[in-house]
Design a protein around this ligand. Structure first.
Ligand SMILES: C[S@@+](CC[C@H](N)C(=O)[O-])C[C@H]1O[C@@H](n2cnc3c(N)ncnc32)[C@H](O)[C@@H]1O
Length: 288
């Protein structure tokens, strides 16, 4: 139901013009029922009226992401945007515009929506369900100039297809890539200034050899099946050191690197969200 139709109903039911409080309450109710109709949420996104979408990410991990508090005037590319938490976060921090791309290749969403296990080889075509993203964009009041989304693979990103960006976000994407170095090259090709990465990593744990002390070597492990986190679209999991070396090879200078080791986290919720271990890396284009 359209918002305007909804408001008309209030006027008719009361026989008097609605007051602002009633309008907001009704909007909140309608927003909540729209959220409930989306079959799967990955992100917990704060919307007007004190409503938050029921996803798990980033939850208490949000403060570990090293994004600048002020992103005024920045043009941002959010790779693998999913429901758009980080797209909306950049806009909230003042970004001029964000292009959100996703190719739907993480089966998490597809599986949850279908309520069944889907095999990578069974998927005939990619469908990106953007309804959660669109709902939040609308609820937060962003227009198409500020916030655009495209079904596009990182592999097809180039200055010709998407243009250039001040900031590129690569959160939760690298280990989903069959060709990680190529993916990073594509991201680098459109990034004039800063790249922010977050990734699963094998710094302290590997499904192959369990818990181990920090591995500060440029290594990457391959998972042909579901060995890493039970997700068949987790292909290559690097060490954080490996990501920094890959960035150097793309002509970027790593500025900061931090790995969260679940074994050292007292908070159970953080432990669970981290899985094996996650790293956060910031890099700047070297030629600046
Ligand atoms: C774990 S989720 C991360 C979502 C979000 N970036 C975050 O960190 O909260 C990974 C997302 O990346 C997308 N993805 C994986 N490979 C991709 C590719 N080659 N091009 C574009 N998106 C991709 C998946 O479809 C999924 O939505």
């Amino acid at each position: 139901m359209l918002r305007s139709q909804l408001l008309r109903r209030v006027v008719r039911a009361d026989g008097a013009p609605h007051c602002k409080a009633k309008e907001n309450a009704l909007d909140a109710q309608e927003l909540q029922s729209q959220i409930d109709r989306v079959p799967f949420w990955y992100h917990a996104i704060e919307l007007p009226g004190g409503i938050t979408t029921p996803g798990i990410s980033p939850g208490p991990l949000k403060d570990f992401y090293d994004l600048p508090k002020d992103m005024t005037g920045k043009r941002v590319l959010d790779v693998g945007a999913f429901d758009g938490y980080w797209t909306f976060e950049c806009l909230r921090r003042g970004a001029d515009s964000v292009l959100a791309i996703d190719d739907g290749s993480d089966l998490l969403k597809a599986e949850n929506m279908a309520g069944m296990e889907i095999r990578v080889e069974d998927r005939s075509e990619t469908v990106v369900p953007w309804e959660g993203f669109d709902l939040c964009k609308h609820a937060l009041g962003y227009n198409d100039q500020q916030c655009e989304r495209k079904t596009l693979s990182l592999y097809d990103v180039s200055p010709d297809t998407v243009g250039q960006f001040d900031v590129v976000l690569l959160f939760g994407v690298l280990y989903h890539l069959r060709w990680p170095m190529y993916g990073l090259d594509r991201a680098a090709s459109v990034c004039c200034s800063e790249m922010y990465l977050e990734s699963a990593c094998v710094d302290y744990f590997s499904p192959y050899d369990g818990l181990h002390p920090l591995v500060d070597m440029p290594r990457m492990e391959f998972y042909a099946g579901k060995q890493y986190g039970g997700n068949p679209t987790n292909w290559w999991v690097p060490t954080s050191r490996c990501i920094t070396e890959m960035l150097v090879a793309c002509d970027f200078k790593p500025i900061s690197r931090c790995t969260l080791n679940p074994a050292e986290q007292p908070d159970m919720k953080i432990k669970q969200l981290l899985g094996f271990s996650r790293c956060f890396i910031t890099a700047k284009r070297r030629t600046q």
